[in-house]
Structure formats: structure tokens, C-alpha cells
Unconditional design. Structure first.
Length: 519
């Protein structure tokens, strides 16, 4: 057999050769959208490689991006990765101090930023000695970012560059964890790991994408490789639809209709915004067939609301930055799909349920335990750390509490760090949240621990209700009675007009604990 390294440039090469006119579309302001076929995207990505080489970037060097989901960002990804450098994606919703600390670790000398993020990029550069230059993409005539435009360098760069001339184990990407459960840590992806992740993702019983699809990638490219979609969508020649920075319900509804979106991927809070917009306006999304949800468990009531209002099938998934990120996914059209389960792993990922000490439970089905995972696209060690992130057998401890159903489907039942210890006994907030979220008046709910002089900690419910529904505190808590132990029931209800969300779109429990938990 031929030695054919699994490098990511081959995915865009394939799209450009066999689907040259299939488009990458970026939403613009109002009705304006930017669009270019895969052949054009490939040409521009190769010019990015040449421009980076002209600036002294070589194999293994890190190039950082601070950008939204746009075509220019996709071109930057392939341009940097194709030449053997490492694309270090940064989350613009983090603080300047956090971004500077990440850049200090990666030692990236170049930061490529969307026009409206250039000011942030320059402030970060001022406190990061290793960062030498900011380049601007996604130029907007109404913005003056005060940085050199990458576009100007592309005009002078040729497309005659060599891609993929390195081992498939070469690093290609660097993404730091969200830090929602501790200090952010860097995860390095390789070409091989991301290539294999792409093939798993495309299986019929996973995301099952095809050339006829138009795929809205609403999960940020700065978070866990946008769940691998910038690789998977070109690999099958589907249309790649990018929302830019506009994730509000009105913008997404307009984009879905304009681009004939068939599959949309993102966190639950994004789809809540879309549903609420359509409910308020009476709008429709007739082409949309499936929504793939990840990031956090979905409330059953919200899943039913999404499916009923949009006329779509919701596929639950589970993953982590450390998994590249997909771990499990419900199969398209699975009649047994449910909000509390996230499907089975595809070949190349294995799951293990253990006790708190990491010992495998004798029975793996139908019991709750701590979830571990291993596979070809699972982290071995964090960036810059010598110590392995896995145990001696290669299992990575996810920090999740989970249960494998009798059919092998994974149910995430909570986070080990979220558990509340009250009177020496544990309370699992996820179980309480699942019941409370059944109430149709609830949009978002979170249970956190609050220090208590007698019991150590007591649970508190923080809730965002629907604007068109009224519900009292007792009505929120009543469904818990008889379904959980009486001492599990929250002592107080805190109502918020808008639930704080973390940089990944999940409920920001760290912030809730600081502001309402007395932590």
C-alpha cells in the first residue's frame, strides 16, 4: 500500500478538485453574504501559506487567530496547517489577561484577528512580549483596526507552495480548554488525529453529512475546532455556512432561509434563541432537517420545543476539547433519541465507567460512575506538560459523571466538580436541573451550592423563565418532591432576566457561584 500521510490539506484539496464551485458562505450585515467556491478558498489558503512563510513562519511555529466563523478564518486555518505550522485559536470572549497568558505559552509571534477584534488584539500584544505582529482579516469599511491587512500580503503572495510535506503526526492546532472547571490548559491536535476524527464524524450513524447538505456551523471556530466541521464539510463537498459573529435568532433564521441550510450545529442556547425568535415572529425554516446539539445536556422540554417549532430532528452529542472534540453522537433518525442521552461512540473511541479512584466498575451498563475515554483523537498530555494526562492504560478522566444505557448510549449525569456536599452527603445538581427543565416556563436552569453554617453546603436554584410565562417558586420546586430526596430540594430560587453564559455558550456556573453562591 502507498504511504499517504493523513494531513488536513488533503481535505481542502479534495473539495477544490471535485466540488470546486460548492461554496463557503459567510453571513454579512443585513442581506449581504460573502461566498466563494472551494477552488477559490484553496487558492487563497495557499497564498496564506506563502504569506506566512514570507514572515518567517516555519514548521511547528504557532500562529494565533482571534476571529469569528468566516471564510477568511477557514483560509487561515488551512494556510497555517497546510504548511506544517500550528493554528492557535483564541476565544475573543476571554479577558486580555487570559489571552496573553495563553499566547505566552504558545509563543505565537503573529496574531490574525477579525477587524472588530483588532483593538483587543493590539491590547493583548501590548502585554505579550512574544507577540510581534497583528494582521487583520474580515475587513470592514466601517472599521479602522489599525493593523496591517492580511489581504495585502495575499496580493503579493503566490499560490505555488508545498502542502503536507511532513509526517501526519505533525501538530496542526492548539486550543485551550474553556477553564469553566479550572485553569485553561492547552490541547495540541495533530494532522492524523484530526483526519481520523473527520472520518469518524462523517459516518452515517454519527453526523452523516453528504454533498447535498448545507451545514450551518454555529459552534465557534475558536472552540474545540468548531467540532471539526471546517474539515468534515469540505471533505464531502457540502456547503459550509458560517454566521460570522451573528448568533442571535433573527440573524440565524435569515441565514438558514437564504442558504437552504439542512443541518445546523451548535450549543443549546443558540437554538433557544432561534426558537424564541421564530415563536415571536411566526417565521419558518423549511429546509432545516437536523440540529446537532452539544456542549451541555439539553432539557427534554426544550428538545421537544425545538423539534415541534422547527420540524426538525435533534441529535444530541457529547465531547470535549481533549477529544478533538467528538466523543458520542445520536444517530440521525434514531427513534429512541432522547434529550438525556448523547448516542454511542463511533469506532476509534472507547468509553469506560469507573469509581472515583479510577477502577473500572464490574458492571458497565446501567450504573452511574466516572467517565473515562481513550482513542486516536484523545489527548495524551496537555501542551507544555511532561506528565501524561492519562492513566497507565491510556484512559483520560473526563471529569463527567455518566451512565451507559442498556443499548450502549451515553447519558451524562453531571460533573464531578459540580456535586454539592450537604451534611456529608452528595447532591447531584444535574438531576435537579433535569426535572426543573421539564417545566415549559423554564428557559434555563442551574443549581449551585451555597455555603451553609450547619450543613456545609445547600443547593440554590438559579433560573431564567420564558418571558410569556409566569411561574411561582413553589411551582418550580414542586416537581422535585417525591422524585428526589427531600433534603436535595433547593433552599432558595434566584430569578435572572438573562442567564450568564460562558465563552462556550454553556451556563457559566463559575460566575453563578461567585455572584450567588457566596464563593
Amino acid at each position: 500500500m502507498q504511504d499517504w500521510p493523513l494531513t488536513l490539506d488533503k481535505l481542502l484539496d479534495h473539495a477544490a478538485k471535485w466540488w470546486p464551485e460548492r461554496q463557503v458562505v459567510t453571513a454579512g450585515e443585513g442581506e449581504r453574504s460573502d461566498r466563494l467556491g472551494y477552488a477559490g478558498v484553496r487558492d487563497r489558503a495557499r497564498r496564506v501559506s506563502a504569506a506566512m512563510a514570507g514572515l518567517g513562519v516555519g514548521r511547528g511555529d504557532r500562529v494565533a487567530t482571534l476571529a469569528w466563523n468566516t471564510r477568511a478564518h477557514v483560509e487561515t486555518w488551512y494556510g497555517v496547517m497546510g504548511m506544517g505550522a500550528v493554528c492557535h485559536t483564541l476565544n475573543p470572549r476571554l479577558t486580555e489577561a487570559q489571552l496573553s497568558a495563553m499566547l505566552a505559552q504558545s509563543q505565537a509571534a503573529i496574531l490574525i484577528a477579525s477587524a472588530d477584534l483588532v483593538a483587543l488584539a493590539r491590547r493583548v500584544m501590548a502585554r505579550t512580549p512574544s507577540l510581534k505582529r497583528v494582521l487583520e482579516i474580515d475587513q470592514d469599511p466601517g472599521l479602522s483596526g489599525g493593523a496591517d491587512a492580511l489581504e495585502g500580503l495575499l496580493d503579493d503572495a503566490g499560490a505555488d507552495v508545498v502542502w503536507g510535506d511532513f509526517p501526519e503526526t505533525t501538530p496542526c492546532g492548539l486550543c485551550f480548554t474553556s477553564g469553566t472547571t479550572g485553569a485553561p490548559k492547552g490541547v495540541t491536535y495533530t494532522h492524523r488525529s484530526s483526519f481520523l476524527h473527520t472520518f469518524r464524524q462523517l459516518q452515517a450513524d454519527v453526523m452523516g453529512l453528504g454533498a447535498a447538505d448545507s451545514v450551518l456551523t454555529a459552534v465557534p471556530m475558536f472552540h474545540a475546532n468548531a467540532w471539526g466541521l471546517p474539515f468534515a464539510v469540505p471533505a464531502v463537498g457540502a456547503k459550509l455556512v458560517l454566521p460570522g459573529k451573528h448568533l442571535d435568532g433573527a440573524s440565524l433564521a435569515r441565514l438558514i432561509e437564504a442558504e437552504g441550510v439542512t443541518v445546523a450545529v451548535g450549543v443549546a442556547t443558540v437554538w433557544l434563541g432561534l426558537v424564541e425568535h421564530l415563536e415571536a415572529t411566526g417565521g419558518q425554516t423549511p429546509t432545516l432537517q437536523r440540529i446537532i446539539v452539544g456542549g451541555a445536556p439539553l432539557a427534554p422540554a426544550l428538545m421537544e420545543r425545538i423539534e415541534a417549532r422547527l420540524g426538525v430532528a435533534v441529535q444530541m452529542s457529547w465531547g470535549m476539547t481533549e477529544l478533538s472534540p467528538l466523543g458520542t453522537c445520536a444517530a440521525p433518525g434514531d427513534p429512541l433519541r432522547a434529550a438525556h442521552v448523547s448516542g454511542r461512540p463511533a469506532v476509534g473511541v472507547d468509553l469506560l465507567i469507573t469509581d472515583a479512584a479510577g477502577q473500572a466498575l464490574p458492571e458497565q451498563r446501567g450504573v452511574e460512575g466516572h467517565l473515562r475515554v481513550r482513542g486516536a483523537s484523545v489527548i495524551a498530555r496537555y501542551f507544555g506538560e511532561a506528565e501524561r494526562a492519562t492513566d497507565a492504560d491510556g484512559w483520560f478522566a473526563t471529569g463527567d459523571l455518566a451512565r451507559l444505557e442498556s443499548d450502549g448510549a451515553l447519558a451524562i449525569t453531571g460533573r464531578a466538580k459540580d456535586l454539592i456536599k450537604s451534611g456529608g452527603e452528595w447532591i447531584n445538581p444535574a438531576e435537579l436541573e433535569a426535572v426543573i427543565n421539564e417545566n415549559p416556563a423554564v428557559s434555563l436552569a442551574a443549581v449551585i451550592g451555597r455555603p451553609d453554617s450547619k450543613w456545609g453546603e445547600r443547593p440554590v436554584l438559579v433560573v431564567q423563565t420564558r418571558a410569556d410565562h409566569e411561574v411561582g417558586d413553589e411551582a418550580l420546586l414542586a416537581p422535585l418532591r417525591g422524585r428526589v430526596a427531600p433534603w436535595w430540594i433547593p433552599d432558595a430560587v434566584i430569578r435572572l432576566a438573562e442567564m450568564p453564559l460562558a465563552s462556550t455558550g454553556k451556563i457559566d456556573k463559575m460566575r453563578l457561584r461567585v455572584e450567588y453562591g457566596g464563593c
